[in-house]
Design a protein around this ligand. Structure first.
Ligand code: GDP
Ligand code: IMO
Ligand code: MG
Length: 423
């Protein structure tokens, strides 16, 4: 028995939460492998919309285990809010949620450093979610971080106070001005730690490998998208973890030869939130239309998402670095009514035509080269089977499959669980 993965192939918000929720019925365990509360994973069913940040998207199913893996960074304050919301909906988490002892903790001062760093960068800011993600991963690789398992050991308070003090000095050095009340933040954090301790902590790498050996089916849930990967994304405008399939190995302790399917999710167009290059970005009424019909606002920060045409050059890059075996196309419904759909298949890079992602894709040295295919008029949000879909929609799917040399196994035609078509 092996593990399957679901991960995003663009700049995040591809619809991972929805698809993990839909596929959960085929698995016993859902495990998040990286990122933290910078993620916003949306699920919709029975007319209600849920947004998850740290908790895996299998949580609404009964008899399934949800594990927050060692590669995730956890803000206990945010996790408490998430859990409180689930309790309001009568979702009982006691038997369903477990946390890796090796997951790192986001301290209040990590959030403050994130803010100080962004303020100090001015126009060059990353546009981070300000959740403390970068500083927490920096402390992890810098070997200063605090982990969930530290809460079970002696000396927690001292470790917390020392790191907080160190962070406050660091913030002073940024020379930027903003207000915060460290006592209030620390009290809130301490309160949420008491709450966190009620959740079951496990050595998740052992637990997961044993479960796989026992024949349990595991689904790894990614966060962010491949183009935000710290190594293979549009650096420095990326997040601070490996969002690609390798991140599932290090973020769960699962060996590469245990990975079976890698589901790669993409939107039928492209979006990005935050700063950084985006070659196919649109600044016209078509882009505005995608934003409006697609309701493109960040699930974590509420910021408007930038929109543009599908970019096959970056998609191919993502497919390769992840070893994608199956594609899933989301939000095809948003393109209904567009007469001619453009797809970028190559770049003009400093005057040369290329079909790969060069080292730097800053806007000034890249120009997308488009192919055009006929759109469809019909509203497809009520389609129940692949046969219900218009011919030009199917032509779009076939065109992409041909270009990407992979099958699209699922198409999503609306935010609800039920608006999912297996091809
Ligand atoms: P994630 O971060 O990858 O889980 O994606 P987000 O939840 O941040 O963003 C995806 C958004 O698109 C959410 O608001 C979903 O409810 C919505 N969504 C997902 N699939 C579809 C779809 O097929 N059509 C439409 N119109 N919306 C969708
Ligand atoms: P999900 O899992 C979209 C972006 C931020 C910023 C950059 C770095 O919902 O797809 P960070 O806070 O991680 O240091 O910010 O990454 N970003 C996301 N964009 N979806 C996400 O998660 C994101 N998580 C981070 O906007 O540009
Ligand atoms: Mg999201």
């Amino acid at each position: 028995m092996k593990i399957d993965l679901i991960l995003g192939l663009q700049w995040g918000d591809e619809g991972k939460g929805k698809i993990v929720d839909v596929l959960t019925e085929n698995y016993n365990i859902i495990a998040r492998f990286q990122g933290g509360p910078n993620a916003g994973h949306t699920l919709e069913f029975d007319g209600i919309k849920h947004v998850l940040h740290t908790i895996p998207s299998g949580i609404f199913h009964d008899n399934k285990l949800n594990i927050i893996g060692n590669g995730v960074v956890i803000d206990p304050v945010i996790l408490k809010t998430e859990i409180d919301k689930l309790h309001e909906l009568d979702v009982d988490l006691s038997e369903k949620l477990m946390i890796s002892r090796k997951a790192h903790l986001i301290l209040p001062t990590h959030r403050l450093i994130d803010k100080a760093s962004e303020l100090s960068k001015g126009k060059k800011k990353i546009g981070s979610t300000l959740k403390g993600i970068g500083p927490t991963y920096m402390d992890k690789t810098g070997r200063n971080g605090l982990r969930v398992g530290d809460l079970e050991l002696d000396g927690w308070e001292e470790k917390f106070n020392n790191l907080t003090k160190k962070h406050l000095n660091l913030i002073d050095n940024f020379n930027v001005d903003f207000d915060f009340n460290i006592q209030k933040l620390s009290d809130e954090f301490t309160e949420s730690i008491k709450f966190l301790k009620k959740i079951k902590f496990i050595d998740s790498e052992h637990f997961l490998n044993r479960s796989i050996d026992e024949g349990k089916k595991v689904l790894g849930e990614g966060a962010q998208g491949s183009l935000l990967d710290i190594d293979f994304g549009t650096y420095p405008y990326v997040t601070s973890s490996n969002t690609t399939s390798a991140g599932a190995c290090t973020g769960l302790g699962i060996a590469p030869n245990k990975i079976n399917k890698v589901y790669g999710i993409f939107k039928a167009y492209t979006t990005r939130v935050g700063s950084g290059p985006f070659p196919t970005e649109l600044f016209d009424s078509t882009g505005e239309r995608m934003a409006k019909i697609g309701n493109e606002f960040g699930a974590t920060t509420g910021r408007p998402r930038r929109c543009g045409w599908l970019d096959l050059v970056s998609l191919k890059h993502s497919i390769t670095v992840n070893g994608v075996t199956d594609l899933i196309m989301m939000k095809g419904d948003v393109l209904s009514g567009i007469d001619k759909i453009k797809v970028c298949s190559k770049y003009n890079y400093n005057g040369e035509v290329v079909d790969y992602m060069p080292f730097s894709i800053m806007d000034e040295n890249i120009e997308p080269i488009y192919e055009e295919i006929d759109g469809w008029e019909e509203d497809i949000t009520q389609a129940k089977s692949y046969n219900d879909l218009p011919l030009n929609f199917k032509n779009y799917v076939a065109f992409l499959e041909d270009k990407l040399n992979l099958k699209i196994k699922i198409v999503s035609v609306g935010p609800d669980r039920k608006q999912t078509i297996f091809v």
